[in-house]
Design a protein around this ligand. Structure first.
Ligand code: ASP
Length: 412
């Protein structure tokens, strides 16, 4: 029985649970609330991961950027492109959410909300002070993500500055990051049960409007990702890399397909490397560096989605957002995308980070979890296409692209 269960790929179990959950909810009606605890259990497990996952992956990420000094020319250009495209993506997500308001017609009054931290009125100075942790342990215990990220960044920089002597600590964090990815995989095994219960509850208590809202969110997620690919990346490939668009997409096709089907930037990494080197003619050293860095920190699809999903959550639960909140959403979505591991469902976990900062109820995660996989596939395809676009652009800027190779890829 168990073997049969695990033989089915997780995403198929999730989709099955989604369909079954919707049917159960429709038949059962408001009574489906009684199995909501299974969904809450899933959300608690996700929340459990946020602090250690961010802590280990940010420290490990910064520590590995230590190599950037050596590879300065490549590193700064790549980072700049990652940051610029990430910002365009985040604001596109926020813009799509505000413009199309996919969550505005859902009546969530039937949902009993858990306690949501009230936004506290703070002055700019207080806000600045609050991002510097007075006590890193307390920050972790109370899951304050922004000061936690600041501490993790400083720790990473310290490791780099300590050079040789910092290596043992760097290794601990590297290994910790890998271990946390495995723990995430364990928690993701709860998804089918969580999704079943949550969808039954959503369909049973909120009815059709909720399902229509979810379909709207999925459509906007696809629209946003396609816009990033066809406007931002095409622009980069044409203007900065000076490459023919068709050749770029043909060269990257394998990686994009693998990314879409596995929903994992990490799993796609070997194929992305091969595509950029063999099909697009980027030198081995440049592509290894930029593609691996990109697979870890460059996630424009995820950044766009985090912005969009936060606006969606605010709409379904009627949370008023002021200008400062949008800035906070943009900042945390950017950090969330950087901190997200390149594995399926990572974006879902990072939602907890952005939501808590702007008082959007975490129940939103429950609401969208059932359809996360199909959005994740598109996010990941976008993330990987972005890694390819930035890699060819940087390679062209520093003269490490072999056009001959590219043209030959054309004939494949
Ligand atoms: N699955 C995505 C990736 O691997 C991350 C996410 O969940 O958005 O790139």
């Amino acid at each position: 029985m168990l073997r049969f269960w695990f033989a089915i790929p997780l995403w198929q179990r999730v989709v099955g649970a989604l369909i079954l959950g919707v049917i159960t909810g429709m038949l059962w009606g408001p009574g489906a609330e009684s199995i909501r605890w299974m969904g809450d259990l899933f959300i608690r497990a996700i929340r459990m991961l946020v602090v250690p996952l961010i802590f280990f992956s940010v420290v490990a990420g910064v520590a590995s950027i230590g190599d950037l000094r050596k590879l300065g020319a490549v590193g700064w250009r790549a980072l700049l492109l990652f940051v610029v495209t990430g910002q365009i993506a985040v604001w596109m997500g926020i813009g799509l959410g505000v413009l199309f308001a996919p969550g505005s017609n859902v009546d969530t009054s039937a949902i009993e909300r858990g306690p949501t931290p009230e936004p506290v009125e703070v002055t700019a100075v207080e806000m600045l002070l609050s991002v510097i942790p007075e006590n890193p342990v307390e920050v972790m215990a109370t899951a304050q993500v922004l000061p936690l990220i600041v501490f993790a960044l400083l720790l990473g920089i310290g490791i780099v500055m300590a050079k040789e002597e910092g290596l043992p600590v760097a290794r601990i964090f590297d290994s910790g990051a890998v271990v946390m990815q495995k723990v995430t995989i364990i928690v993701m095994e709860l998804t089918p049960f969580g999704v079943f219960a949550l969808m039954a509850w959503v369909a049973g208590t909120l009815g059709q409007d909720a399902l229509i809202a979810l379909a709207g969110l999925v459509a906007l997620n696809y629209a946003g990702c396609l816009a990033i690919i066809f406007i931002v990346y095409v622009g980069i490939v044409r203007v900065l890399a000076k490459l023919p668009i068709i050749a770029f997409f043909r060269g990257m096709a394998d990686a994009i397909v693998v990314a879409y089907s596995t929903a994992s930037s990490n799993a796609s990494l070997p194929v992305t490397l091969r595509c950029t080197q063999r099909n697009l003619g980027v030198s081995r050293s440049t592509s290894s560096f930029v593609v691996s860095l990109g697979a870890t920190i460059n996630m424009d699809g995820t950044a766009m989605y985090l912005g969009l999903a936060t606006i969606f959550g605010a709409q379904i639960f009627g949370v008023e957002l002021v200008f400062g909140d949008y800035l906070m959403i943009a900042l945390l979505s950017t950090l969330g995308a950087i901190g997200a591991a390149g594995i399926p469902g990572a974006g879902l976990i990072m939602m907890a980070l952005v939501f808590s900062a702007v008082s959007v109820p975490l129940e939103t995660i429950a609401f969208v979890a059932g359809v996360d996989r199909i959005m994740d596939m598109m996010r990941t395809a976008t993330n990987v296409t972005g890694d390819g676009a930035v890699t060819v652009a940087v390679a062209e800027m520093i003269g490490e692209i072999d056009e001959e190779e590219m043209v030959s890829a054309d004939d494949v």
